[in-house]
Ligand binder design. Sequence first.
Ligand code: ADP
Length: 645
Amino acid sequence: MATPVSDRTSSGISPTNILLIEDNSADAKIVEILLEENDNINCRIDHQMTLGQGLEALGGETEYAAVLLDMNLPDSRGFETLTSVLEKFPDDNVILLTGTKDREIGFKAVELGAQDYLVKGDFDSEQLGKSLRFSIERKKAIKRLAQMQRLAQIGNWEFRPADKFFFASPEALRIIGSDGSLNLFEEIQQPSSPLYTIYKWYQSKENNVCSYSEEISFELEGVKRFVLIEGNCSKVDGRPNCQGIIHDITDKRVGEELRKVHELTQRSAKMKEQFVASISHEMRTPMNAILGMSNILSQMELEEEQKGLVNSIKQSSEILLGVVNDILEISTLQNGKIVFENTTFDIHELIDNLFNVMQYKLEEKDLLFERTLPEELSSFLIGDKLRLNQVLYNLVGNSIKFTDTGTVGLEIEVLEKTAKDINLKFSVTDTGIGIPEDKVETVFGSFTRVRTKDRIFEGTGLGLSIAKNIVEQLGGEIGASSVLGEGSTFSFTMRFGIGSADTQAAPPAERAYVIDTSRPIRLLLAEDHKMNQLVARKTLEKAFPNIDLTIVENGQLAVEALQANIYDMVLMDIQMPIMDGYEASAYVREHVEGPMKNVPILAMTAHAHISKDKQYLQYGMQDFVLKPFDPKQLFSKIAQYAQAL
Ligand code: ADP
């Protein structure tokens, strides 16, 4: 039954909905008439006769600004009528209509949660209007306060021990994870309650006027929550009255913890980077000696057995060098420090080369190699050819390694092609040993190797991790599927620009430097490591029989030698005691007089990143050779610079 009490809706302001639950039609009519008379309130009344119907209306779609509730209804009598409404709709704004003039009933009703009470037959239009307006405004203010509390994540509480009363605002209840159904006064006396701390504090203090602040943390539905509780106690009418706030600071604390974790991760990443760089340096230096000496040894006249042994040393050192390089590579990739190239290359040529290199291994194991390239695949692509090669070598290499019979396949599919670029999917398939289902995801992690009971496969477990890093940093995806005992497929996607034969860079011309042997090369070598001195001496003397080699142990001695003698060129180690290679070179360029001021100086280092950061140039050095040195590269560089004089 809906009665628009006033027609003021036409003014454009929508009327306030009020629910009247009253079984006496005459009383209901009076309320309607009184409200119609009142100019201060524009409302629309829904009239229901029983508590059941009233509750149904409250649960419906209409939102009521207030409920005028008769205490005695056919289906409920007394305070129970009020508590049934408030239990179901605690946020509703209820004004009680009482039939007697008993004030006590009114007080009790307000204590129980009613906004006001009106004695039937005793109120006029103005009183009714006022009570409704006040309660409606109050409800709005309470709603706004609740919203503000929700936003600020601050709730409030009030504790009156003598009255056995504890109140917590909806936000306070949310913070402690209560749905409001508990008797809070009893609840706070339970040590398991987050609010127990308030009770404990109240119990422990001697006089009742003091303030309190404590940060607590507890677990709510498996999530740790950090909460600040603050309060103040005083006496009102001689009875203790404590009030305070409860502030949810979980986000702040979690943020702080995340920041700390982030800082720690960054610091440890930095340390790891330094550690890896220095370990790889420390390992490369002795490797230089081992590789160099085995090179020299293998050229000597040796018995067959000795040759075999020397070759084993050489092979093992090369594998070890590969591992060191892989570790360095993964650390550079993980730090996101890699710079990708963008050049034009021929994809068909790249696949041909890959096949040529792998052919020996394929034949050795009697495996078939199948390639499937789509017709629409353009020949000239723009991208990082070396990185693509690296990923393909790794996947095809693994397939060959883990396959004893059958086929290794490489398929390229075009996922997307525009005039400018092309997205390709590369799949490498084999009929090998396969990977257990629960291990397939893990093989891309660093140092992951799937254990095989009966066989040991060579490898560090870094190849796939490097491949994954490269593919992902280039914006692609990599994944694997496998059936144990049947084979595996590794696929990745990579996007390229579309190039043409014109944009393909001409390969750098191979320059062969031929040494002029008519005069001795005067070479100054600064190197502190005794073994490396020996390797360099033996290697150089073998290649250049009439070399005039001077070896000094540190940068300072190198500077002194350059001040006293004439050399064709200098090989300068970077890390040396007393004066390092960088300092010595800078000193020579600045302070040495005469022709040696400009003598070619080549940095010798075990730090592989030198080729990328070219730091040696800043100190006036011309070039570098990497240790362990590849004799061919070393000789070519010596010929190039010695000739330049
Ligand atoms: P590794 O240098 O050890 O081969 P990878 O990172 O390339 O390192 O591979 C990690 C592990 O994943 C390998 O040790 C192997 O157990 C498994 N794996 C990789 N490719 C294959 C494959 N094609 N078939 C079976 N197992 C493979």
